[in-house]
Design a protein around this ligand. Structure first.
Ligand code: ZN
Ligand code: ZN
Length: 366
């Protein structure tokens, strides 16, 4: 179903694109990445349509698999029926519209496509750079609500999966169960390959689910998300099957404290590196600094990693409308790992507001 909200967002996005064209004194932009095609038009045939936005017209170029869908989802665009050759159809529209100066997505267009297509068009070419990414970094209230809905769906799916977490189950079985629960609840797909890292595999921050059997005493790090209504969620919980060792218990408490310290300590005007430091200091002081190698957080939206960097070197100002993760972790080779991750945004009161509303943060033993 296509809501009025999406149409409103599109109008905002298209007017931003047109303002950009005016500033750069360009005639048109070709939108080619699936993320920005969706962002501008609401079209969900990911990867199978191109947009052309001129100063006063909007075209969507796609093939016969998507004619009905494009008319339904992007009815405010003129549909260009391309047959199998969408680039040829696009060239015809460029000529028809007399485009002399063209913006293209230089951050995502493949070099081969640039050489074989764009360079041969005979138009002046301008790279869009990070223009779209910057726009997507600061969300509207509607976009925040969509991410929140994806988080709610994922949290509920995790709770329904808890009863399957036990010794004897493989990581892949657990990932399949979790993804099944998300799909049943309406998710389009997982927002990335589900990470399930148990026991010593927990020391790999991005260990995707393997055929390892979960054993008694294992910590199980579950990092997953739902892609729902065009937006991603992203969260991590580490739970235990059987009593954890004293050291793993300690590590869990340090990670939990690091996350809470960052969430409570945010103040308006902070940069990415300032928030990162709040959590990192807790882990450093506990003596595990060398085992926290990644950033504290990243932006989330249409892509699971977009726009915001909460890392030791980040000079980026954390602004209202941004959604980002707060995900400290400690990974000790040969022992295991713990990560806790939630999404936050900056609330009206100038404090971080939780987007993830998953219930448990206390150490869970199954
Ligand atoms: Zn994650
Ligand atoms: Zn993340």
């Amino acid at each position: 179903m296509r809501s009025k909200v999406i149409f409103l967002e599109e109008r905002r996005v298209v007017s931003f694109v047109r303002k950009y064209l005016e500033e750069k004194n360009c005639d048109a932009i070709i939108v080619s990445s699936w993320q920005n095609v969706y962002y501008c038009s609401g079209f969900t045939g990911y990867g199978d349509a191109l947009l052309l936005i001129t100063k006063d017209k909007k075209f969507i170029v796609t093939d016969s698999r998507y004619y009905v869908q494009a008319e339904k989802q992007s009815g405010d665009y003129t549909l260009v029926k391309s047959g199998a050759w969408s680039l040829k159809a696009m060239t015809d529209v460029l000529q028809q519209e007399n485009v002399k100066k063209l913006v293209y997505e230089d951050l995502s267009v493949l070099h081969t496509m640039y050489v074989n297509y764009f360079e041969k068009l005979g138009t002046e070419l301008i790279g869009a750079g990070d223009t779209f990414l910057k726009a997507r970094t600061v969300k509207t209230p509607e976009e925040i609500a969509k991410v929140e809905a994806a988080c709610d769906l994922a949290s509920a799916a995790l709770e329904r999966t808890f009863k399957y977490i036990k010794a004897g189950v493989t990581e892949i079985e657990l990932a399949a169960r979790l993804e099944y629960e998300m799909r049943l609840a309406g998710a389009d797909k997982p927002s990335f390959d589900t990470i399930i890292a148990s026991g010593v595999r927990g020391s790999m921050p991005h260990g995707t689910a393997s055929d390892k059997v979960i054993e008694k005493g294992d910590g199980v790090t579950i990092d997953f998300g739902a892609f729902y209504n065009g937006m991603c969620s992203d969260m991590t919980r580490t739970v235990f099957v059987g009593e954890p060792s004293a050291e793993m218990r300690k590590i869990y408490e340090v990670v939990k404290e690091a996350q809470q310290t960052a969430i409570d300590g945010y103040k308006p005007g902070m940069k990415g590196k300032d928030l990162d430091k709040l959590a990192r200091d807790v882990i450093d002081e506990a003596g595990y600094g060398e085992y926290f190698g990644h950033s504290l957080g990243h932006g989330v939206g249409i892509d699971v990693h977009e726009g915001v960097s909460v890392s030791p070197g980040s000079e980026q100002l954390l602004e209202k409308g941004m959604i980002f993760s707060v995900e400290p972790g400690i990974y000790v080779p040969g022992l295991g790992g713990v990560r806790i991750e939630d999404l936050v945004t900056i609330g009206d009161n100038g404090k971080l507001r939780m987007i993830t509303k998953a219930p448990v943060k206390d150490l869970l033993v199954f």
